[in-house]
Design a protein around this ligand. Structure first.
Ligand SMILES: [Zn+2]
Length: 105
């Protein structure tokens, strides 16, 4: 078997880890505009006391094209493995989908 790269399942884990941040790629649920956002680990991760997640994020993004609001909430274990992910107003896409759509413009 020669799998080049397993496709990332962005519905359960849309976060692309970098050194001190994570990137997410979102498609606007209203106009289809694709966006890239960076989550800064030391600024955006809040400590959680729910007993399941070590950190949580609660972000509200605005689509620059149609001003649709997209909310992203998620919890993480200490290893930054997501415990839950919620998105409203848009959907997560892969980095490859983002780069493909960006190139079309
Ligand atoms: Zn939009």
């Amino acid at each position: 078997m020669f799998f080049k790269k397993r496709k990332k399942d962005v519905s359960s884990n849309p976060f692309y880890k970098e050194k001190k941040s994570m990137k997410i790629y979102i498609e606007c649920g209203r106009c289809g505009h694709v966006m890239e956002f960076r989550i800064l680990n030391d600024r955006d991760l809040m400590v959680s006391y729910d007993g399941v997640s070590t950190y949580v994020i609660d972000k509200l993004y605005v689509c620059p094209k149609c001003y649709n609001q997209i909310s992203v909430k998620a919890g993480f274990k200490e290893s930054l493995k997501p415990t839950y992910v919620e998105i409203n107003g848009g959907k997560f896409i892969t980095k490859e989908e983002y780069e493909g759509k960006e190139g079309e413009r």
